[in-house]
Design a protein around this ligand. Sequence first.
Ligand code: ATP
Ligand code: PAU
Ligand code: K
Length: 260
Amino acid sequence: MLIALDIGNNHVTIGGFDGDDIRFVASIATDRKQTGEEYACTLKNVLALHHADSLPVTGAAICSVVPGMAHTMARALRFLTDGPVLVVGTGVKTGLNLKIAEPRSLGTDRVATAVHASHTYPMPCVVVDLGTATTFTALDHTGALVGSAIAPGVQLSLTALNEHTAQLPTVGLDDVPQNVLGRNTAEALCIGAVYGTAAMIEGMTERYAAALGGTPTVVLTGGMAEVVRPYLRIPTIHAPTLALLGLADIWRRNHGREAK
Ligand SMILES: Nc1ncnc2c1ncn2[C@@H]1O[C@H](COP(=O)(O)OP(=O)(O)OP(=O)(O)O)[C@@H](O)[C@H]1O
Ligand SMILES: CC(C)(CO)[C@@H](O)C(=O)NCCC(=O)O
Ligand SMILES: [K+]
């Protein structure tokens, strides 16, 4: 089994691959205070919870957008496998053509999603990752990564409004109003966050169509994708495991396919 770890600012998404198939997906908190040994215990428990602890771990692939965390997780994985532990970064082969001014500034979570999208969906394509930040990653008709945009994430923008105002409460997103006419403060916040993000995705897609010379395939990923997607008026593909699939692609490209 190959383990893929997508280390985000708030959550680490874990995938267990049996060949090309994902056997399980799990999520744990990103906590920079935890040590390699602590995360090793957590990872072992996660494998056991998902009945995947009997399979040998042949290797692992990590992308991290939190400094220090890749090192901690690589250390943790050493307790689970003797196989290659790959950390996406400079020197790692991805096959992705990065046509931007500063390729090294690009978050490696975005590299992972773009890698899988570039050989999976019709181009041009825009990957929208709805996590701590809402990010847009544009791939041109050849699959080259040609640009990106970063906006505050759905939850982060709600938290910021609550923390920086006197009268705006915290709201859940379980009951999204059925239209945009909010009848109270809680509804107004919910509408701003969810319909506002949906409208941003629609408007950005229109602009990307012009910039990329064709209507892009829009691929949604990240924890908030399922919350926002019902309110979108454009066709989209939901790919919740996109970063994990990209990590597995990158691992195989660097270490061969033989391992299962
Ligand atoms: N129905 C829902 N209502 C509210 N939140 C949800 C719902 N579904 C998913 N989420 C949110 O998505 C989160 C997981 O998303 P994701 O893995 O993209 O992590 P993140 O913490 O938002 O971002 P990052 O990847 O930067 O850490 C969950 O912890 C939860 O907060
Ligand atoms: C934008 C986030 C926070 C999304 O996880 C991450 O990809 C990141 O820190 N990126 C670095 C900046 C960039 O991607 O251009
Ligand atoms: K993420």
